[in-house]
Design a protein around this ligand. Structure first.
Ligand code: FA5
Length: 339
């Protein structure tokens, strides 16, 4: 074999040795990629050493080519093996640094809660449902007839002034109380009936600690043969006992509503924030006026009934010790978070 061919073969093998030793000590997949380009690419030392191969005669070219191919495939295998090792090591160290400690305590998520008015309303409903009442509802936008006339409050009656009414463009009112549901229900059902109708009421009046222009009432009424005032007292007393406990001090106080006769309001003795105890009015009630039974299509000679309308906010204030009705409507999370 001519000396220059021998020397070319030695050169090729030396290039291979150098490449293998670099690959063996390469760190990281990026470094290996750089070596791959350098040793296998078009400008590699090996390619350059082989650039004169085409000028070498047949048999000798074959031997040089064989050696070159062996060297190339050794470099390729070494790159592949080293890359597998390096990638495994990299994955292990990534897993080590990114591992999750499943025993760490979680970050608490803020929890949603029911609004205090929703809570008290559910309690009120549950108590009356437990006594056999059924739920009913009526619209917030009401006809003047249902809100006033059918409830024995004719147009010129001074009692209309007791309600500061929001009148709607094009007729109708925002209902000033939930009592119109009495009329709507009587018109659709036949006695006996015991109905509970929660909903919003609207009055054009200034807000203070116990008044809001929009507030919630629960209307309740029972109609049957021989319903008496003692039934009204019994049902309401039992309701107060269940909602507020046996020690609550309350009184039935004679009152006047055009749609009930006789009528009574209930006051509850309460004190909040160390104030001197005082009576708070919580509901109006009475025996349904025969004119109202008649407007609802109920035979006034056969049937009698009692009705009441209670203020939901007032009961929530009593039960949760809240000094002002305004707090229910300010949506201050420091307040709402306490329930
Ligand atoms: C009425 O609205 C009658 N419809 C109640 C009634 C029904 C009587 C059936 C007889 C038979 P009054 O205006 O008093 O009555 O209101 C009833 C209750 O609603 C009050 O006792 C009070 O608890 C609550 N309330 C009235 N106005 C407001 C207001 N502006 N803000 C908060 N609560 C109110």
């Amino acid at each position: 074999m001519p000396a220059e061919i021998k020397s070319l073969i030695e050169q090729i093998e030396a290039i291979g040795q150098a490449a293998l030793s670099e690959i063996g000590s390469a760190e990281g997949s990026a470094g290996l990629e750089e070596l791959r380009v350098r040793h296998m690419g078009k400008k590699s030392a090996l390619s350059q050493a082989l650039s004169g191969l085409k000028d070498i005669p047949g048999e000798e070219r074959k031997s040089v080519g064989q050696v070159a191919n062996q060297v190339k495939s050794r470099i390729k295998d070494a790159l592949g093996a080293r890359l597998a090792d390096v990638e495994a090591a990299e994955r292990n160290s990534q897993l080590g640094s990114e591992s999750i400690d499943v025993t760490l305590a979680g970050r608490p998520l803020p929890e949603g809660r029911l609004h205090p008015l929703t809570r008290i309303l559910t309690e009120i409903e549950d108590i009356f449902i437990g006594m056999g009442f059924e739920l009913a509802s009526g619209p917030d936008m009401e006809h003047e007839y249902q809100n006033f006339d059918a409830l024995n409050i004719p147009e010129a009656h001074p009692a209309r002034d007791m309600h500061d009414t929001f009148y709607l463009h094009g007729g109708g009112v925002l209902r000033t109380h939930t009592s119109p549901v009495q009329i709507r229900t009587m018109q659709n059902r036949t006695p006996p009936m015991a109905i509970l109708a929660p909903g919003k009421a609207y009055r054009c009046e200034n807000a203070d600690n116990t008044h809001s222009p929009v507030f919630h009432q629960v209307e309740g009424f029972m109609i049957d043969r021989k319903v008496r005032f003692s039934d009204l007292k019994g049902v309401l007393s039992e309701f107060l006992r269940q909602l507020l406990g046996p020690d609550i001090k309350y009184r039935f106080r004679p009152s006047y509503f055009p749609f009930t006769e006789p009528s009574a309001e209930v006051d509850i003795l309460w004190s909040v924030d160390g104030r001197k105890p005082d009576w708070m009015e919580v509901l109006g009630s009475g025996m349904i006026h025969p004119n109202v039974l008649e407007a609802g299509g109920v035979d006034r000679d056969q049937y009698s009934g009692f009705a009441f309308g209670l203020g939901v906010e007032r009961f929530a204030m009593l039960k949760y010790g809240i000094p002002s009705i305004r707090l229910f409507y300010e949506n201050d999370l420091r307040f709402l978070g306490q329930f």
